[in-house]
Write a protein that binds this ligand. Structure first.
Ligand SMILES: [Zn+2]
Length: 107
């Protein structure tokens, strides 16, 4: 396992101390726990955010419910970037739905 160079001074003398990387040259300490931000994008590649409003781009069959019609407006979406159906939303008559962002467009 190779340790990363110090992001401050590029020293390669980095060592580990309690899950922190420490640079003995400039005494910089950092952790490699990166927050991987997975972006949720709509059909056009626009990045969606929690609370956005979107429209459904085509009729979507919903299990145990009527078809969610094209152009249905959905307000206040909640993103679930780690899930396949990465948008949670509430739609009148449907309750809580889990949709794929590729079937939505930002409005
Ligand atoms: Zn350094």
């Amino acid at each position: 396992m190779s340790l990363p160079n110090c992001p401050n001074c590029q020293s390669d003398l980095t060592y580990m101390d309690n899950n922190l990387y420490v640079c003995p040259m400039c005494f910089h300490e950092w952790s490699d726990v990166e927050e991987t931000v997975v972006e949720v994008k709509d059909v056009h590649g626009n990045v969606l955010n929690d609370g956005d409003s979107v429209a459904v781009i085509r009729d979507l069959k919903i299990k145990g419910a009527p078809t969610l019609k094209q152009n249905t407006t959905i307000k206040n979406i909640v993103l679930r970037p780690d899930e396949d159906e990465n948008v949670m939303c509430k739609v009148d008559g449907f309750g809580t739905l889990f949709l794929k962002s590729e079937f939505l467009k930002k409005i």
